[in-house]
Design a protein around this ligand. Structure first.
Ligand code: G5P
Ligand code: MG
Length: 218
């Protein structure tokens, strides 16, 4: 599908493991937008052992948020790289301070919020495997890799995320409840938030396309 003349800036929100990455990769494919995932980018820095990677590693492993000032600086730079192109932002903002900062540098047009019950999420993370260099994500029984433990496209090894351990998942869900839920209200107040409920990504996806199709063809 071709992008309309206005350069759309979309944001996807949702609890940890609610399917932001899964739905994002489908959006990117269908609507031809750039995917900017804060978590994928941070994990890439950790993997490459950059200064930023060393600085943020412990926060990610323990399921804690990276401090706002670090994130705002990092994501401002990342968004400059996709300036002039339509994009889909995933994982940022996660606090009201980040939402305010983003609104000043790049007001978004559309905000999608995935609403998935916590018990479904806790079950999912146990089966998640990721290909770190690309951010491609698998789930045994949902999108199982063709060869066990290997990325479909490169054949490289898949790993489990350290923050998918039960205690880190609990921490991430707690932080989501206290710090990230207010971000939903921030966008509700601006009248640009649309919620999508479901227990699976396949149930949510048709609702997302029904919403985005008219926006992209306008
Ligand atoms: P991330 O990387 O942003 P989270 O915790 O927000 O991490 P996560 O875990 O990446 O979100 P997701 O993208 O919402 O989850 O979900 P996903 O990966 O698509 O799906 C989860 C799993 O379920 C996958 O295995 C997928 O295959 C499977 N799945 C999807 N749909 C279905 C389904 O229908 N059925 C089944 N059975 N399975 C399904 O952030 C990580 C860390 O980075 C730092 C923080 O430390 C954070 O904890 N960070 C920030 N810190 C501060 N500020 C920010 N803005 C930060 N951004 C990142
Ligand atoms: Mg993700």
């Amino acid at each position: 599908m071709t992008v309309r003349s206005k350069i759309l800036k979309i944001l996807i929100l949702g609890a940890p493991a609610s399917g932001k990455g899964t739905i994002s990769s489908r959006i990117v494919k269908k609507y031809n937008v750039e995917h900017v995932s804060s978590g994928d980018k941070l994990r890439d820095h950790i993997e490459k052992q950059t200064d930023l990677g060393k600085e943020v590693k412990l926060y990610l492993n323990e399921g804690k948020l990276v401090p706002d000032e670090v994130m705002i600086k990092f994501m401002t730079t990342e968004l400059k790289k996709v300036e002039g192109k339509p994009w889909l932002l995933d994982g940022f903002p996660r606090t009201v301070a980040q939402a305010n900062a983003l609104w000043k540098i790049q007001p978004v047009d559309v905000v999608l919020n995935l609403v998935v019950p916590f018990e479904v999420i806790i079950d999912r993370v146990k089966n998640r495997w990721v290909h770190l260099p690309s951010g491609r994500v698998y789930n045994i029984g949902f999108n199982t890799p063709k060869v066990e433990g290997k990325d479909d496209e490169t054949g490289e090894p898949l790993v489990q995320r350290p923050d998918d351990k039960p205690e880190a998942v609990r921490k991430r869900l707690e932080i989501y409840d206290s710090l990230t839920r207010p971000v939903i209200d921030f966008y509700k107040a601006k009248n640009i938030l649309k919620e999508f409920e479901g227990r699976t990504s396949n149930e949510i996806w048709p609702k997302v396309t029904a919403y985005l199709d008219p926006i992209f063809t306008k």
